[in-house]
Design a protein around this ligand. Structure first.
Ligand code: GRF
Length: 203
């Protein structure tokens, strides 16, 4: 059975990339990390990929001044690496329209709140967790969803609940949600891989 070829787009730390990579090494994972792209040449995610022999590239507004040519370069690289699934994991840029169209239904993102709550423009990093605290929600947690042209608006695939504790800060909440992201994201990718290779699935 051929493994699902996954490209991961990252901007900074890349802890979800690491979790995905580690889970891909488990015998029944059914997927492999085929490519990493970062818009940030100094990102730890890019360094991790290079250190682990994963094909990796820096593509950004610095390497391609024109947004259309950047979009084309991302798309060409995804195609060149025979990408089946794109995962945006802490990727702080919008995926370009041509890439979005070519990989429609094959791009997933992890968001650190229970969508549709606390998503949309400006809802990233500590702002998400602060919004959870400010709204008085008793429960939060990560969501994995399909990527569409609007931020955090695509269909939700899976979520995991994390209780909000009385003395939580945005930082403490972020840490506990991130731990769950590291479990949820590989589980979703494994499930997508399994679905694709399920011999009982009608074609
Ligand atoms: C995660 O909280 C993710 O939900 C959000 O950005 C963060 C990325 O963390 N989209 P990392 O780079 O994977 O460590």
């Amino acid at each position: 059975m051929t493994a699902l070829r996954v490209a991961v787009l990252v901007s900074h730390t890349g802890s979800n990339l690491r979790a995905l990579y580690e889970a891909s090494k488990e015998p029944a994972a059914g997927y492999e990390i085929a490519l990493v792209i970062s818009n940030n040449s100094g990102s730890r995610g890019l360094a991790f990929a290079r250190g682990h022999g994963i094909p990796a590239a820096h593509l950004s507004g610095r390497t391609h001044l024109d947004p259309g040519s950047l979009d084309d370069a991302v798309l060409a690289l995804l195609d060149a690496h025979r990408t089946d699934l794109v995962v945006t994991a802490g990727y702080m840029k919008k995926v370009g329209p041509r890439t979005l169209a070519a990989y429609a239904g094959r791009i997933v993102n992890v968001h650190p709140a229970l969508l549709p709550r606390h998503g949309g423009p400006g809802m990233y990093g500590a702002a998400v967790h602060q919004a959870v605290l400010d709204s008085g929600d008793r429960v939060t947690g990560p969501s994995v969803h399909y990527v569409t042209a609007e931020y955090d608006a695509g269909e939700v695939i899976a979520r995991r609940e994390v209780p909000v504790l009385p003395d939580d800060t945005a930082e403490s909440l972020a840490g506990r949600v991130l731990e769950q992201e590291h479990l949820l994201l590989p589980a979703v990718v494994r499930a997508i891989a399994a679905e694709r290779t399920d011999p009982g699935r009608p074609s």
